[in-house]
Each structure stands twice: as structure tokens, then as C-alpha cells.
Design a protein around this ligand. Structure first.
Ligand code: TRP
Length: 339
């Protein structure tokens, strides 16, 4: 029964280019989760504008991410796919939660510190600081039990839990306290050029990430150039010196569906060149059908828009229900107007 399924919510920002890290660490896991949970997956455009965005590019990226969700295997009949700004309850609850967020908690967030450090102090938008309150709204509006996110978002999840508890103790039990859902082992993909940092979708350097929409030739070029080491010995390892080879093995294992031991057996005594070629083949064999589906979707604007419209309607129903409870609890008068 649908009503007994636990709820899951997650989202990706429509900025930069989705990478095989997003695919392995998020999208592919969501595709599995859609069978067991009631899922809400959004494209978080309100979060994207916490740093400057070009309007044309933002529109394009938003459709691109939506199409990639579906091309990766998310089934719009099973899950609710929507654009965050289409459900106005996010901005509203985001504001209410901003007012409940202690500045001390917000200043402590490492993502804020990292992103703010990359900009001139005076030009850092206040949205970057308030980002976690909006993310908390995304999650709490749907009373999500579990939130699949990467390691780098753990602190924001803790923030969400703390804020939900704070609201509950001030105004009475209102929000489900969400759990972090950690991706399966090996789901953290690192930069090819710098394997001690997470693969990022907004990194400038050409050999950092494989994008989900890269051509087979680009995939090959990037992976063949991936940083390794001079030990010439294939093996999983948490030694930072060997992070490059570990990362290639991780990608291979995640995509091939083999166990770590099977992967080790396969590559025992072989060279890094062989490993890289095998990774190229795995990546390309996953991306090929996905890109074919993507190319269809992106040219069927009406179909995609229809999915997003239905998604927004379904999401709004749930979100507004929670938002109305919140407004009542904090003392807002009910709105009797017809809109
Ligand atoms: N902050 C997340 C990221 O950058 C994106 C995000 C926004 C999100 N709202 C969310 C993730 C709600 C999970 C749930 O990866």
C-alpha cells in the first residue's frame, strides 16, 4: 500500500553539468529507491540562484536535469519529479525556517564557508548563508523519512534535523525528523584530475569530471588521462597517494555490479592502462542508452513539460498541507481569499 511506504526526498541543482558521480552516487540509487519508497525528486532552482546564474543557461540546465532524471530510469508514473520554484511552499517555508535559524548554526556550515571564500566578502548573497533553511524546507514539507545525499550534505541534514526538532518543541509535533540515507559503499566518486576531492559538476578544468552527456571520445580522453600513481599495483586503498586508482576501481565496481573481490581478481597483475580501458568501456556502455533516451526527451518539450506540471501539482498538494499546518501553529491568520 502506497500510504505505508516511507517517503524519500532529494534534489540536484540545475547548475554545471551532471557527472558520472551524480549518476553513480545519486540517480542510480534513486532508481532503486523508487521501487520501495514514495519518492519526491526535485530540481532545486531556488538553491541554484544562491550564486549568480545566467537566465538562459539556468532555463536550459533545468530542463536538462529533468530529462536526465528520466533518462537515468526514474519513472514519472512511480515518482514525483518537479521543479522547486513551481511549488511556492518551498520559498514560504524557507522564509519561516530562516527566521528560526540561529546565525551561529548557519555560519558553521562548511559549504557556506567554502562557497563564500570563493567570492568577494561584500558580494556574497545572503541566500548562500540561508541555503540550509531552504533545504530544510524542501525536506520537511514532504515529511520525508529519509534523504539520500552524499557525504558533503550530511551537515545540512543535521541542520535540518536540529531545526525540525526546534520547531517541534516550540510549536508542537509538526515535522517528521528525517534520516540521512547513505549511498552504498563506493558511491563517492572523486575528481579524475584530483582524486582526493569529490567529483564536482561545476569545476572548470577539462579533465576533472566525466559528464553524463559526454561523447564516447570525450569519456575516453578524460579517463585515459586520470591521475594514478607510480606504484603500478592495482588495488583498493584509502591511502591518499593511491586515491586515483582506488577511484577508477570504485567507478568500475559500481557500474559493473561486481563485488570488490571480483574486481580485484579481474585486474590482478594487470596494468593501469588496462584498468582505464575497462572503465572507459563500462562508462560508455551505461551512457549510450541513457543519452539516446535523453536525446528523445529533450526534443519532446511537450512531454517533459507535462511531467513537470503533473509533478508540481502532486508535490504542491503535499507541501501546502504541511505549510498550512505550520502557518496555523506559528499564528498566521488563515487566508480566506480564493487564491
Ligand atoms: N544541497 C543539495 C546539494 O547541493 C541539493 C539539495 C537542495 C537537496 N535541497 C535538497 C538535497 C533537499 C536533498 C534534499 O547536493
Amino acid at each position: 500500500m502506497n500510504t505505508q511506504k516511507k517517503r524519500v526526498l532529494s534534489g540536484i541543482q540545475p547548475s554545471g553539468n551532471l557527472t558520472i558521480g551524480n549518476y553513480i552516487g545519486a540517480l542510480r540509487q534513486w532508481v532503486e529507491e523508487q521501487e520501495h519508497y514514495e519518492c519526491y525528486f526535485c530540481i532545486v532552482d531556488l538553491h541554484a540562484i544562491t550564486v549568480p546564474q545566467d537566465p538562459t543557461a539556468l532555463r536550459e540546465k533545468t530542463r536538462e536535469v529533468a530529462a536526465l532524471y528520466i533518462a537515468s530510469g526514474l519513472d514519472p508514473e512511480k515518482v514525483t519529479i518537479f521543479i522547486q520554484s513551481h511549488v511556492t511552499a518551498h520559498a514560504e517555508l524557507g522564509w519561516i525556517l530562516t527566521c528560526l535559524s540561529p546565525l551561529g548554526w548557519l555560519y558553521r556550515m562548511t559549504q557556506f564557508k567554502d562557497k563564500a571564500a570563493k567570492q568577494q566578502q561584500e558580494s556574497v548573497g545572503a541566500g548562500l548563508l540561508n541555503y540550509p533553511a531552504l533545504m530544510a524546507a524542501d525536506i520537511l514539507l514532504y515529511q520525508a523519512h529519509a534523504v539520500p545525499v552524499g557525504d558533503d550534505q550530511r551537515q545540512h541534514l543535521e541542520f535540518t534535523r536540529d531545526l525540525a526538532q526546534r520547531f517541534n518543541s516550540l510549536y508542537g509535533e509538526t515535522f517528521v525528523i528525517p534520516e540521512v540515507m547513505v549511498p552504498k559503499a563506493g558511491a563517492r566518486i572523486m575528481g579524475l584530475d584530483n582524486p582526493t576531492a569529490k567529483m564536482s559538476k561545476s569545476e572548470e578544468s577539462e579533465y576533472h569530471a566525466v559528464y553524463m552527456l559526454d561523447s564516447p571520445a570525450q569519456v575516453k580522453k578524460k579517463i585515459m588521462r586520470a591521475v594514478t600513481d607510480s606504484l603500478a599495483e592495482i588495488g583498493f586503498s584509502d591511502d591518499p597517494e593511491r586515491a586515483g586508482v582506488n577511484n577508477l576501481l570504485t567507478i568500475y565496481q559500481a557500474l559493473s555490479g561486481q563485488t570488490g573481490d571480483e574486481v580485484m581478481q579481474q585486474f590482478a597483475g594487470r596494468g593501469y592502462g588496462d584498468l582505464k580501458k575497462a572503465v572507459v568501456e563500462q562508462v560508455n556502455s551505461h551512457l549510450e542508452p541513457l543519452q539516446a533516451r535523453y536525446n528523445q526527451l529533450i526534443h519532446e518539450a511537450g512531454y517533459l513539460d507535462g511531467i513537470l506540471a503533473r509533478g508540481a501539482e502532486k508535490a504542491a498538494e503535499m507541501a501546502e498541507h504541511t505549510l498550512n499546518t505550520v502557518k496555523e501553529r506559528i499564528g498566521f491568520l488563515p487566508n480566506r481569499s480564493r487564491r
